[in-house]
Design a protein around this ligand. Sequence first.
Ligand SMILES: Cc1cc2nc3c(=O)[nH]c(=O)nc-3n(C[C@H](O)[C@H](O)[C@H](O)COP(=O)(O)OP(=O)(O)OC[C@H]3O[C@@H](n4cnc5c(N)ncnc54)[C@H](O)[C@@H]3O)c2cc1C
Length: 428
Amino acid sequence: MAHIVIMGAGIGGMPAAYEIKELLGKEHRVTVVNSNDYFQFVPSNPWIAVGWRQREQITLPIAPYLARKGIDFIAKAVSSIDAPANRLTLDGGATLDYDYLVITTGPKLSFSEVPGAGPQANGGGGFTHSICTVDHAQAFFADYEKFLENPGPVVIGAMPGASCFGPAYEFAFILDTDLRKRKLRNKVPITYVTSEPYIGHLGLGGVGDSKSMLESELRSRDMKWITNARTTRVEGGKMFVTQLDDLGNVYKEHEVGFKLSMMLPAFKGVDAVANVPNLCNPRGFVLIDEFQRSKAYRNIFSAGVCVAIPPVEVTPVPTGTPKTGYMIESMVGAIAHNIADELAGKPVQAQGTWNAICLADMGDTGAAFVALPQIPPRNVNWFKKGKWVHLAKIAFEKYFIRKIKAGNSEPVYEKYVLKLLGIARLSK
Ligand SMILES: Cc1cc2nc3c(=O)[nH]c(=O)nc-3n(C[C@H](O)[C@H](O)[C@H](O)COP(=O)(O)OP(=O)(O)OC[C@H]3O[C@@H](n4cnc5c(N)ncnc54)[C@H](O)[C@@H]3O)c2cc1C
């Protein structure tokens, strides 16, 4: 009997656990280890931050759902990995041995790279908010409620080195919609500050017509923007931004005033993973081959935000490539098949397509993009806007949470509907 341990129970880890258990059956043991005892549906955090969702609507306890499928669960953070000995040490000192390790630990939120930014609880200076976790989104909402009594300027965007831009746009548009509904938008100048070289770059070199569509959306919602923004520090109510030109020279210095701000941070790999010799690149992301397998340790696989993907292109201010939900699930599918093949004595062969499908809500409308594959050149490359996306995003939330409760990582209808659209999870 092999013991497969999955580290991290997020958008990647939960489907990984279900899929691996389904393929391996009772003969093998699957254990999930996660820092918290609950799963959170991260894509709904922007709605939490404006009070459109409550915490209990987008979080659920992990243990009972995994238990139903015969999967063990430990609610503890892994503090270190001894890869040559196949052993994890958990917070508190207990150890856990594995035959295969699947790392799906998501990002370490690297707020400290910009002095003054980010929640203090995460090593930040406390002057800007985040919506990366449900706790952060709730903290934003608490401040937002006070802000509504005496509104003022808002800054939203992404820090140098960020790789997740969709949620920054999404949140700017959601906040705009919420303020308009409250008839307070006229009191809130909004500036979008981003490390992207142009609006709609998204860390992807653009997708379809994302540049003109997102510029048009920002303009029609009366938002100003600063691109190529190297945010250098934040003080109470002031953001200091050096704007670069396309050649990387200083173009302009800005001191942007604000009353409330949400800036997505740069991502890194979490410490327990980053500290393993030879496992990661210098930012702590796991170096993998085309089969999602560690280049250094043949019994370690990895998926999700924690894997190393080179930037799509060099940008004046550093930006990273986003790893979106469906792409993550395609990585997870490949891992499940590859571990099953190894245990059956066959060579690994499954490769994820890394297809990206992303739905970004804008409060009253939305934007969707499909990039197949996510890294250019692409076979499919489109970006479209419409009310249908707003509704599709709500449906996606309900559907994904139901999927996590049911323990079925790729229900049959998902497989066939996406197939009709020419979207597959595995290329081989
Ligand atoms: C605000 C926001 C909105 C997004 N919206 C979308 C969207 O609409 N569509 C889309 O496709 N993508 C979206 N993304 C991108 C991506 O889908 C998410 O970031 C997704 O959560 C990544 O999944 P993951 O499994 O890699 O990491 P996560 O979901 O973050 O899961 C990582 C898990 O690992 C655990 N962990 C970390 N360290 C340890 C440790 N040492 N020991 C044990 N456990 C550990 C964490 O507690 C967490 O539960 C969004 C991202 C953000 C930040």
